[in-house]
Ligand binder design. Structure first.
Ligand SMILES: Cc1ncc(C[n+]2csc(CCOP(=O)(O)OP(=O)(O)O)c2C)c(N)n1
Length: 624
């Protein structure tokens, strides 16, 4: 029997000796590689933190002590050690184990995560609450160097340094975000890692530190001062310490002995501490070590070769976006691409090779990316910020205040709109229409096929001067729906199928569903029109006129929540135009957080598939 099979909770881990822990670490790695090769998931990040997670559970008492995993994609070993190993066959599937920490799933998950750079804020909140309540436990935030590029981290550290509150921040530094980590913070961390004098004397510091009697935080003051002196002499500036957070490190994040030693010492220190741990992303799996970016998030793969089992999706909307950007940049020298640490996911890799000076990877900093774009636009450039729908949520005020209020020509290319699938609640792109479609000056478009995405991007860059957003989904460009009205022009909408009395109006790629629904209705003798509004906001006044004059029944279909989406905006427009005599129904997701699952599963569950929509429409038509 393996050590791993005997671990049902962190208590079981504590019975093991150091040598046995090393064996356990390699068993966990094997389990992760084999299991993720079948289900898909975040592989490389998880392989990098096996020893760190073991050491944390060995030294602390979770769930009493609280761990907060930044982003949370690296919490698989934590899940294994806290009794959830059997759930891994259902990882990220409908009804299965979440790929992120989730309090609803386990009391060991102290705080839900999914979006980056939140862990220090949450941790200081928990720590201050603990102190206010007079309680006594440890709060530990684990944050990657990539996530340290997010602005919230600095707001949090500003807060941490204020009260000298006991808190441990473990900085898991593997020099990688999804792609190579970028920016001044990343450079600064390498300086800490590699400052030659510091490295040379590091072992000296550790023997000094290791020998120090730290009991209950009562640290000998003189020794402490001397140690500080050595640190400062060796590394010119320890930023964290200047913010009031004690810096310890860097230490080897794969050396269990050292990790356990150091964590046991820092856990009794009564102050905010940042422990700098150096790890290797993909550790222990050759292919992932060689190409950590490709193994950040994977679908099922062959363990021997590292090759994906499923054929790559033919062409995604992200691919089309990336290719179109290259074409547009060729002709328009003012075009600039912006990404917040997602050059690969958003399809901008090719662009970055051709135009390295015209792409800015700003780190995981979506708020900054928007205001930075506003600055570029103010000076006559045309910035295109490519971003996932879910991550744009945090940039709301920047869009309103910095871009739209000044009517600046910033283009938002909103990828992963609608259902994203396996990442679940934290990542669904089903709120963007609601939070964007009421902002003054912002034009919001949704393409239904790849040709329209190309054309809309050209329209947004070359034929518009407003702030403008285009939202498109994850995955391949499977839609067979062709545009009848070829070119996108101001307020042009596309009548995909001309009928009468009944209008089925679908947003973007939901046109596919609308056409299938219409075919079913036709078999029953109805004659619906299928209309693509293209302009989600503002809604075309001509479309409103068309609906006023020609239709009695109006059905809208969108992959957004119902409140504030296209359907609700259309209803408002009709009422404002004193158009009352219509039967209307909005098909959309409920105002809820939508769980993980495939797009098909979720559309079916929420009655947004053509069969269900057809049944509901038919009932409405029969009853009225
Ligand atoms: C706000 C936000 N933007 C983008 C992402 C996508 N994302 C997930 S993990 C990741 C990289 C994180 O890097 P790091 O913190 O260093 O962790 P590592 O994977 O290297 O362990 C990014 C950009 C996100 N989760 N949240």
């Amino acid at each position: 029997m393996s050590y791993l099979e005997n671990i049902k909770s962190p208590q079981d881990l504590k019975k093991l000796k150091l040598k046995e822990l090393d064996i356990l670490a390699s068993e966990i790695r094997n389990f992760l590689i084999n299991s993720i090769s079948k289900t898909g998931g975040h592989l490389a990040s998880n392989l990098g933190v096996v020893e760190l997670t073991i050491a944390m559970h060995y030294c602390f008492n979770s769930p009493r002590d609280k761990f907060i995993w930044d982003v949370g994609h690296q919490a698989y070993t934590h899940k294994i050690l806290t009794g959830r190993m059997n759930g891994f066959s259902s990882l990220r599937k409908y009804g299965g184990l979440s790929g992120f920490p989730k309090s609803e799933e386990s009391p060991y998950d102290a705080f839900n995560t999914g979006h980056s750079s939140t862990s220090i804020s949450a941790a200081i909140g928990l720590a201050e609450a603990r102190d206010l309540l007079g309680e006594d436990y440890n709060v530990v935030s684990v944050i990657g160097d990539g996530s340290m590029t997010g602005g919230l981290v600095y707001e949090a550290m500003n807060n941490v340094g204020r009260n000298n509150t006991k808190l441990l921040i473990i900085l898991n530094d593997n020099q990688m975000s999804i792609s190579k980590n970028v920016g001044a913070m990343s450079k600064y961390l390498s300086e800490l890692r590699t400052a030659p004098k510091y490295l040379a004397a590091k072992s000296g510091i550790y023997s000094f530190f290791d020998g120090m009697p730290i009991v209950g935080g009562a640290v000998n003051n003189i020794l402490e001062k001397a140690k500080e002196g050595i640190k400062y002499a060796l590394v010119p500036n320890i930023m964290f310490e200047q913010l009031g957070i004690k810096y310890i490190g860097p230490i080897d994040g794969h050396d269990l002995d050292k990790l356990i030693n150091v964590i046991n010492k820092v856990k009794v220190m009564n102050q905010p501490i940042l422990l700098h741990v150096i790890t290797k992303k993909g550790k222990g799996y050759k292919q992932a070590e060689k190409n950590p970016c490709a193994f950040h998030g994977v679908s099922s793969f062959n363990v021997k070769t590292g090759q994906a089992l499923k054929a790559k999706v033919k062409e995604t909307y992200s691919d089309i976006f990336g290719q179109t950007m290259v074409k547009l940049a060729n002709k328009n020298k003012k075009l600039i691409a912006i990404t917040a640490a997602m050059p690969s996911g958003t399809g901008l890799e090719f662009f970055s090779k051709l135009y390295p000076e015209r792409i800015f990877d700003v780190g995981i900093a979506e708020e900054h990316a928007v205001t930075f774009s506003a600055g570029l636009a103010k000076s006559g450039f045309i910035p295109v910020f490519a971003v996932y729908s879910t991550f744009l949520q945090r940039s709301y005020d920047q869009i309103v205040h910095d871009v739209c209020l000044q009517k600046l020509h910033v283009v938002f290319a909103i990828d992963r709109a609608g259902i994203v699938g396996a990442d679940g609640e934290t990542h669904q792109g089903i709120y963007d229409l609601s939070f964007l479609s009421h902002i003054p000056n912002l034009v919001l478009l949704a393409p239904k096929n790849k040709e329209e995405l190309e054309d809309m991007l050209d329209y947004a860059v070359n034929r518009q001067k407003n702030p403008i957003a285009i939202r498109y989904p994850k995955g391949n460009v499977s839609s067979n729906i062709k545009s009848l009205d070829k070119k996108v022009s101001d307020f042009s909408f596309d009548i995909i199928k001309q009928g009468k009395e009944i209008a089925v109006i679908s947003v973007g790629v939901m046109a596919d569903t609308a056409c299938k629904t219409a075919e079913m209705l036709e078999k029953d003798g109805y004659c619906p029109s299928v209309i693509d509004p293209r302009f989600i906001s503002p809604i075309s006044p001509e479309l409103i006129n068309e609906l006023k004059n020609k239709y009695k029944y109006i059905f809208t279909i969108e992959d957004n929540i119902v409140s504030g989406g296209f359907g609700s905006k259309l209803c408002q427009n009709l009422i404002q135009n004193k158009i009352y005599n219509k039967v209307i129904y909005n098909f959309a997701f409920p105002n809820a957080f939508i769980e993980q699952g495939s797009r098909e599963e979720l559309l079916k569950k929420y009655k947004l598939d053509s069969e269900n929509i057809y049944k509901i429409i038919k009932k409405i038509l029969e009853q009225s």
